[in-house]
Design a protein around this ligand. Structure first.
Ligand SMILES: Cc1ncc(COP(=O)(O)O)c(C=O)c1O
Length: 459
């Protein structure tokens, strides 16, 4: 055995051992790191060693100083932002992925990466019931998924106006109108500016009390329009009436994009798919695997009904790449070199099966309802219609003190959630997105909130 493989195997063994003990105590540890753990991080901030260090020594230091300062997002009691954990099969697939270190660029660089991309693309389109011929690109997350799809939208809509944006850029181009829900996620707005479309050119459409776009407020649309909708408002979980919007948009030759970072997964649950009726009529969709599908970071999926538009926007041609008969991943996403991200999606879907994915979504929604009922009975006010996995909570008497409440719960180590602002109200927000969350975790969350609220005299 070569010295190289000796070291790699010793490192792999130690890594697996350290990861195992981390995951074995994830349910008993503080969700937020203790203050002393932050001080210990100084050990990582050493001088760059002049000489090599044994890989196992490097790993030991990483674990000793780094592990206590992790936030237990992969445990069952992290309810902040919209964060999933890592399914068992995906923790293993990530290790294999590192060992294989595949370049998911072309068929030549990694036949297995391409097979996994193609198969998981087919599975995703079946599960999400989206058009079978759509392109599916694997990106770092919904932000880059939105970038990919909106670059395609920009290409196609400008092409309809006789403008080749890839060749001529936006200088002198006919203006596009970006029609978006007033509740669109901040990262979509960022993408609008990254693509040179201009945040100030967004025509904002009013939403209803739950944050879904109001159809009656949609402006007159045309081929100069890209309509930005969402499935799953980051606060309330609201889903825009996308089928009806798409009908209006398509009769005017406009493009409809869906930011479904987490809400697109409602499609897979028979109990919730009524919420997403007609969503398949849109032109492009984005979702995160690292949110509700519970793959490790970072993995988003950009899906588009018009593969040729994505290809025009993303193709990377060089004489040292052989031309594949099928379009290569390098020509469908912004990155050239990237990991075999689809491996985690494949592992998640294969290990869960259709029933497992449905249960995952149904359980998150059930936990959200359970938490909302518990909080209401404590005297809190639920500000949203709890249709998915998100709960927005306020205090009828002391809303300005909810940050203190969130901090107190974090200090207790029992749970983690953050505050937000919803429809002009101060609130805190809970998201139930992790496969690891049990009914007992929800009970512990509620007990921690009750305890902190009593201490702060909020209830
Ligand atoms: C609705 C929505 N869109 C976009 C994003 C951004 O996703 P990412 O952080 O994966 O880029 C999020 C993240 O929470 C989201 O909830």
């Amino acid at each position: 055995m070569s010295r190289h493989s000796d070291q790699t195997i010793a490192s792999l063994r130690l890594g697996a051992q350290l990861a195992q003990s981390y995951l074995q105590q994830i349910h008993s540890r503080h969700v937020a790191p203790k203050p002393e753990a932050l001080t210990e991080l100084r050990a990582l901030d050493c001088e760059l060693p002049m000489n090599p260090t044994a890989p196992t020594e490097t790993l030991s230091l990483l674990d000793r100083a780094g592990n206590p300062a992790t936030v237990a997002t992969t445990g069952g009691r992290f309810f902040g932002l919209v964060v999933g954990g890592s399914l068992p099969a995906t923790v293993g697939s990530r290790v294999l992925n590192a060992a294989w270190d595949q370049l998911a660029t072309t068929q030549d660089t990694s036949p297995v990466a391409l097979q996994l991309e193609r198969t998981s693309a087919r599975w995703l389109l079946e599960l999400l019931r989206l058009p079978a011929r759509s392109s599916v690109g694997y990106v770092t997350g919904t932000t880059m998924g939105n970038f990919t799809c909106l670059a395609a939208a920009r290409q196609r809509q400008l092409h309809k106006l006789d403008w080749d944006v890839e060749q001529h850029g936006l200088f002198g181009a006919p203006p596009l109108r970006i029609v978006a829900s007033e509740e669109i996620h901040v990262t979509v707005t960022k993408v609008v500016s990254m693509l040179g479309l201009g945040k100030r050119n967004i025509i904002s459409v009013e939403t209803d009390s739950n944050g879904a776009m109001r159809l009656d407020k949609l402006p007159q649309l045309g081929p100069d329009c890209i309509v930005l909708t969402q499935a799953g408002n980051v606060n309330s979980g609201a889903i825009d009436p996308i089928g009806a919007i798409a009908e209006r948009a398509h009769s005017a030759d406009a493009w409809v994009h869906v930011d479904g970072a987490f809400g697109l997964w409602a499609r897979v649950s028979p109990d919730h798919n009524g919420l997403t009726q007609g969503i398949e009529m849109a032109d492009s969709w984005v979702t995160d695997a690292h949110k509700w599908l519970n793959t490790p970071y970072d993995c988003g999926v950009a899906i588009c009904r018009h593969p040729s538009a994505v290809h025009s926007a993303m193709s990377t041609v060089a004489p040292y790449f052989t031309a594949d008969t099928d379009v290569a991943p390098k020509d469908m996403v912004p990155e050239l070199s990237r990991s075999a991200r689809a491996m985690d999606v494949w592992a998640a879907l294969h290990s869960l099966g259709t029933i497992g994915v449905q249960d995952l979504i149904k359980t998150g929604c059930r936990h959200a309802k359970l938490a909302a009922q518990g909080l209401q009975s404590m005297g809190f006010e639920i500000l949203n219609d709890v249709i998915l996995n998100q709960v927005v909570v306020s205090s009828p008497t002391q809303p300005h003190r909810l940050n203190e409440l969130a901090e107190s719960v974090r200090r207790s180590g029992e749970a983690w959630f953050g505050v937000t602002h919803w429809k002009q109200r101060d609130a805190f927000r809970l998201s139930f997105s992790s496969w690891a969350t049990t009914d007992d975790d929800v009970a512990r969350l509620l007990a921690a909130i009750r305890h902190a609220a009593q201490e702060l005299e909020l209830i």
